[in-house]
Design a protein around this ligand. Structure first.
Ligand SMILES: C[S@@+](CC[C@H](N)C(=O)[O-])C[C@H]1O[C@@H](n2cnc3c(N)ncnc32)[C@H](O)[C@@H]1O
Length: 391
């Protein structure tokens, strides 16, 4: 087992707007020197922390480990920089390799070119040393590299996650376009969800939000259903240490309330039930086929989060009316509740007819979205103010 003092830098990547919640998650996990970057959070940790970060972080897409930083303004400098790394420390000649690149530089304009030159530098090093070269496997490589070029600064990292961490392992393949799991967890955390009340998603589609809500409420690690993480194929993989991290269920918690997902589509609810079953949560979430308009409050308070259709398949007047109905139903049926809505249709959002108490911009894939919180006061705000001033 690695000595506790062996700390190194790690970077957790995420979606724009989720950096704050990701940094809170990292701090709670015990990461050191947590710093917010653009669409990422850097931190220090040991091997245990790297394994934990992959297993436990709900709002991280990848956990990468920077291994070398150098300056490069042209292909010769790039090749030289990559060659400075002793690649046999990270992989054998019989292993396979894949390279992801992100480039934002006036010196390099094609990420494919950067990947190709970097690959050349690595395979040439092996060929010169061993007379053989490792092969490329973009589907399931032994070592996945991440090369980030920002102007003339090149950061070479090894990707400890492998497949993106949003691939939790519970989702059934389906034709429904679901919310990304990392985004769903982010929406819940931005709304302050910790399992302190009931939770309702009245347009739950394939059930992503109720499932992520249940994982948080029972404090189940989101990575528990994954077949594999990238680091399990690394040369220095510590199986015993990972098993200790994986089998530690000391932080699981009880949850006293209800989690409910409903949707007008029977097909969506069938998929939601299957997904929940794959996550062993089928008896912890109730899914119902029901139009939003018929959803009624429970005896005790609920947090409501929903991701209504953006209206690509509806006429403009219809989508605006649909959002107006959402606002009216919330006002009428859910006094005393908070409802958060994510939508990529800004005009339709203005038709909700309620004043948002909190708001933020997020991206659902390439679509710029508004994420707004509406507080339905019991009685009107005017009445509330009156009662306050009379006291
Ligand atoms: C953008 S999708 C939600 C995707 C979901 N968050 C997921 O992860 O799969 C919007 C959902 O709203 C549902 N929907 C549309 N109109 C509805 C209504 N009147 N009542 C309830 N659900 C409705 C659709 O069937 C669809 O599943």
């Amino acid at each position: 087992m690695e000595a506790e003092s062996t700390y190194f830098e790690l970077v957790a990547t995420t979606f724009k707007g989720l950096e704050g919640v990701l940094s809170n998650e990292l701090t709670a996990l015990g990461a050191k020197d947590v710093k917010i970057l653009n669409r990422a959070v850097s931190f220090n940790g040991d091997t245990t922390m790297m394994y934990k970060a992959n297993l436990w972080l709900r709002t991280a897409i990848k956990i990468i480990r920077p291994i070398h930083v150098f300056k490069a303004k042209n292909e010769v400098e790039l090749y030289k920089g990559i060659s400075q790394i002793e690649w046999s420390d990270y992989m054998d000649v019989s292993d396979t390799l894949s390279i992801n690149t992100s480039v934002s530089s006036e010196y390099f304009n094609h990420s494919q070119f950067v990947a190709l030159k970097s690959k050349d530098a690595i395979v040439d090093q092996f060929r010169n040393k061993f007379g053989k070269r490792p092969s490329i496997d973009t589907d399931n490589p032994t070592l996945l590299l991440n090369i980030h070029l920002n102007d003339d600064e090149c950061i070479v990292s090894i990707d400890s996650s492998g497949e993106s961490l949003h691939k939790r392992g519970y989702r059934l393949n389906s034709t429904i376009a679901p919310l990304n799991e990392v985004m769903a967890a982010g929406l819940l955390m931005l709304a302050g969800w910790k399992g302190q009340s009931n939770f309702i998603d009245p347009m739950c589609g394939s059930g992503t939000m109720p499932i992520e809500a249940a994982l948080i409420a029972y404090n189940i690690p989101p990575g528990i259903f994954r077949k594999e993480f990238g680091f399990e194929k690394w040369k220095d993989f510590d199986k015993e240490l990972f098993e200790t991290v994986y089998n530690d269920d000391s932080s699981s918690q009880e949850f006293e309330h209800q989690i409910i997902g409903s949707d007008i589509s029977g097909g969506a609810i069938r998929i939601a039930n299957e997904n929940a079953k794959n996550a062993f949560l089928n008896n912890k979430i109730s899914f119902k086929v029901m139009p939003f308009e018929s959803v009624m409050p429970l005896e005790t308070k609920s947090l409501i989060i929903m991701n209504p259709p953006y209206g690509e398949r509806l006429k403009k007047t219809n989508i605006n009316e649909f959002y107006q109905t959402i606002g009216n139903c919330l006002k009428k049926n859910f006094p005393g509740h908070e409802a958060w809505i994510l939508s990529g249709n800004k005009e339709a959002m203005d038709n909700i007819g309620l004043h948002p108490t909190k708001k933020q911009t997020l991206y659902n894939g390439a679509i710029e979205c508004k994420y707004q919180c509406f507080t339905m006061y019991e009685g009107s705000i005017k009445q509330k103010k009156l009662i306050k001033s009379e006291k």
